[in-house]
Write a protein that binds this ligand. Structure first.
Ligand SMILES: O=C(O)CC1=CCC(=O)O1
Length: 93
């Protein structure tokens, strides 16, 4: 199943810099693990925002939920998930 996911990150303004830096480093490492598994084929920065849009390729919504909640920044993100299916007008490539 393909899912479009938008993640908006909101770190508390009073979070110490070293805590934020550690969270970001752990987020990057976990994101690399998931990408290497082939389940996170696209990850894009939203220009001008601390947000990303991504495409995930997973077996189920449960699997996507497990991946998203495994991200260290998950407690600080607003996540919007859209399930995708093939558009009937799409040209075969
Ligand atoms: O910076 C972000 O958009 C949050 C994030 C998701 C994966 C990652 O490495 O950072």
């Amino acid at each position: 199943m393909q899912f479009l996911v938008r993640m908006d990150v909101r770190l508390p303004h009073d979070m110490p810099q070293d805590v934020a830096d550690d969270l970001r480093a752990r987020e990057k490492a976990r994101a690399h693990e998931i990408q290497a598994s082939g389940r996170w084929p696209e990850l894009w920065r939203v220009v001008g925002q601390y947000a990303n849009v991504s495409r995930f390729d997973v077996e189920s919504g449960d699997e996507l939920h497990q991946l998203l909640t495994s991200l260290p920044l998950f407690p600080y993100m607003q996540v919007e998930v859209t399930a995708l299916t093939v558009h009937p007008s799409k040209l075969e490539s």
